[in-house]
Design a protein around this ligand. Structure first.
Ligand code: SN0
Length: 316
């Protein structure tokens, strides 16, 4: 089955990023590819960009789309095998997933981590339970550990805005008031490690990402040092992986501001959104011409279209 779960499902991510930018130039020439086919989008969590861009991408390819907010519009799903279902869950994933795939030619799923059970989250328990019981391809719209549609968009956006062949790209941890998943940061690191860029990570102690995602990327403890000469600043908060799901110390000194951006090589500022103003990043940076967050979000549509198109063509 051709699932799009992470960078590991793609032979050459740079080629796919090029396809994203090609599709952007002329997106409506494959209307017949998805004719009479249906994409069911399942959300276990909130979504704005992913919800809209993935539907629009599928529609650009001629597909029908159905959106299901699981547990809100439908029955609460049970994921554990051999569960005695005398509690709050009314439908087991065995029937639920099998039934959904009766109506779908492709399924897209968003399922955030629990942030309490590290083993289950990092084994991708929920998305794997879906994969086990569906019989159509699955597109990951952010799972417990990764957000590949976002990362593909990020790589394409870097290529679109870069004046250099090999730009310096810095992933920086930023403050937040809530414990957020590591997925966006994990995924960005995984893609950047495979891309033709000079990639660095800066985060406070205790916030190192899992080795399987950060790879050999240098971790620089001094944020201002990391920013020097950067061509792209990619900001994101994440909760601790080591002390799993915890906020160790809300260090608001790590907010991205104009002073820090001035240390860079006129870097472009990127964030996956939603972003909390004046917590993660100052108004001054977000409202400056250096910020490309809106263009980045716009590219979500073409990235989703590139992935869905490849699956429809059977060449993911
Ligand atoms: C999610 C995350 O993984 O960090 C989705 C990002 C695409 N972000 C949030 O949950 C932000 C919520 C908040 O309260 O700011």
């Amino acid at each position: 089955m051709q699932n799009f779960l992470s960078a590991n499902d793609i032979d050459d991510i740079e080629v796919l990023a090029k396809e994203v930018l090609e599709i952007k130039k002329s997106p409506f020439q494959w209307k017949h590819l998805g004719e009479n086919k249906t994409l069911v989008l399942i959300f276990l969590n909130s979504s704005l960009r992913t919800r809209l861009s993935t539907q629009k991408a599928a529609q650009n390819l001629g597909m029908n789309t159905i959106v299901l907010n699981l547990g809100q519009d439908s029955w609460n799903m049970e994921y554990q095998e051999n569960a005695i279902m005398n509690g709050t869950t009314a439908e087991h994933i065995k029937e639920g997933a099998a039934v959904i795939s009766q109506y779908a030619d492709m399924i897209a799923l968003r399922s955030f981590p629990s942030l309490t059970d590290k083993v289950s989250d990092y084994q991708e328990f929920v998305i794997n339970q879906f994969i086990k019981y569906i019989n159509v391809p699955l597109v990951n719209m952010e799972s417990a550990t990764v957000h590949p549609l976002q990362s593909l968009t990020d790589l394409a956006t870097i290529r679109e805005f870069s004046t250099k062949k090999r730009p310096k790209v810095v992933l920086t941890w930023a403050p937040h008031i809530r414990a957020l998943p590591q997925a966006v940061a994990n995924s960005f690191a995984q893609w950047m490690n495979k891309a033709d860029v000079d990639f660095f990570i800066t985060n406070p102690e205790g916030y190192d990402l899992a080795e399987e995602f950060r790879g050999n990327a240098p971790i620089i403890r001094d944020q201002t040092e990391a920013f020097k000469g950067a061509d792209f600043i990619y900001a994101k908060n994440w909760s601790s992986y080591e002390d799993y799901g915890k906020i160790l110390k809300s260090d608001f000194d790590w907010m991205i501001n104009e002073e820090k951006m001035a240390l860079t090589n006129s870097a472009k500022f990127m964030h996956c959104l939603p972003v909390r103003r004046n917590v993660v990043v100052s108004d001054g940076v977000l409202d400056s011409p250096q910020s490309i967050v809106i263009q980045q979000a716009g590219n979500r549509e073409w990235a989703a279209q590139a992935v869905i198109k490849r699956i429809l063509e059977g060449r993911l």
